[in-house]
Design a protein around this ligand. Structure first.
Ligand SMILES: Cc1cc2nc3c(=O)[nH]c(=O)nc-3n(C[C@H](O)[C@H](O)[C@H](O)COP(=O)(O)OP(=O)(O)OC[C@H]3O[C@@H](n4cnc5c(N)ncnc54)[C@H](O)[C@@H]3O)c2cc1C
Length: 296
């Protein structure tokens, strides 16, 4: 019987594993190796590791976690979960069933790309979701934001930190006049048309064309596609969920506890704002929550 089974061994899951391994707890980490930022050449805004390739960060973390003899890293996915606290059973894609007293769910989310040539090729390079992660590299150049929800209206104000050449593409959505005037006062260009095509070379965006024929030259396109959890284990478990501006997340309380006893969740799967730092922080809290719950 393991103390904790961690499902998803990336930034959140490996942080939890490190913490539990150092407390000499028996841990299995199941992971399928598809961290969300694998499309980006470099990861930024990470304490002590600004600009490191994501694969290097995760490779180093795996090696360091594997050093702890009570932690087992397994390259397999979790397919189903049953049981109760002190006796959960997790069935894996390798055909095994692993028993554990507590669970940490850290299997992340999947971005659902629009069906448009060039979008996937540029994702994480010049089609970007977060200016703090990849904005500095294209500062001072023409940026556009593809509107996806009312949250998008905050984007142009924020982007003024990096460039004064900002276009908002409404992509067929409507915004109220007051918002339009506020943005125009800040010299944000607003186009109403729908995104029709992306022109790019090897992941470097050159521009976009809208369905009304408007063309915009760009160095970066900001986009927030809808996302969904990477697995359906939370649904199997009937966990409480919460809507986010771009999808859904597992609802968590103190120490990342979910709505079911003995089950914790961390990382992008359990928060609306996404970064490596937030994920590692939540992984650490979840480990502490799981550990504390086994002391009573
Ligand atoms: C293109 C892009 C670039 C980004 N760049 C940055 C950046 O520069 N700086 C920054 O701070 N943040 C960046 N982010 C955000 C960052 O990638 C995420 O916040 C972070 O990866 C979240 O970590 P996580 O551990 O929650 O999930 P993930 O890193 O997504 O890991 C989830 C893990 O769970 C595994 N998994 C899925 N299903 C199962 C299953 N059933 N069983 C077992 N394992 C499973 C997956 O294979 C994966 O390894 C970027 C995001 C994107 C999309």
């Amino acid at each position: 019987m393991q103390d904790v089974i961690i499902i998803g061994g990336s930034f959140a899951g490996l942080t939890a594993a490190m913490q539990l391994g150092r407390a000499r707890r028996k841990v299995t980490v199941l992971d399928t190796g598809l961290n969300r930022n694998r499309y980006a050449e470099n990861a930024h805004n990470i304490f002590g590791h600004d600009g490191a390739p994501p694969a290097d960060l995760l490779g180093a973390a795996r090696r360091q976690v594997a050093h702890y003899p009570t932690v087992e890293l397994v390259g397999a996915g979790a397919v189903s979960i049953s049981g109760e606290p002190d006796n959960f059973a997790v069935a894996t894609t390798a055909g095994d069933t692993i028993s554990g007293r507590r669970l940490i769910l850290s299997y992340g989310i999947v971005d659902q790309f629009p069906d448009m040539a060039g979008f996937a090729e540029c994702w994480g390079k010049t089609v970007i979701h977060c200016p703090f992660c990849h904005g500095y590299e294209v500062a001072g150049r023409p940026w556009a934001l593809l509107y996806s929800s009312p949250m998008s209206l905050h984007g142009p104000m924020l982007y003024a930190n990096w460039t004064d050449d900002i276009t908002l593409i409404l992509d067929g959505h409507e915004i109220i006049d007051e918002e339009r005037h506020k943005l125009e006062k800040r010299r944000v260009r607003i186009y109403d048309g729908k995104l029709a095509s992306i022109s790019q070379q090897g992941g470097r965006i050159e521009g976009v064309t809208l369905d009304d024929g408007t063309s915009v030259e760009l160095a970066a396109l900001y986009a927030h596609p809808r996302n969904r959890p990477s697995a359906d284990l939370h649904a199997q478990l009937g966990l409480d969920m919460q809507a986010t501006p771009t999808g859904t997340m597992i609802a968590v309380g103190d120490m990342q506890a979910t709505s079911r006893p003995g089950i914790y969740a961390a990382g992008d799967l359990a928060m609306a704002m996404h970064s490596v730092t937030f994920a590692t922080n939540a992984g650490s809290l979840a480990a502490m929550g799981a550990l504390q719950s086994m002391l009573v």
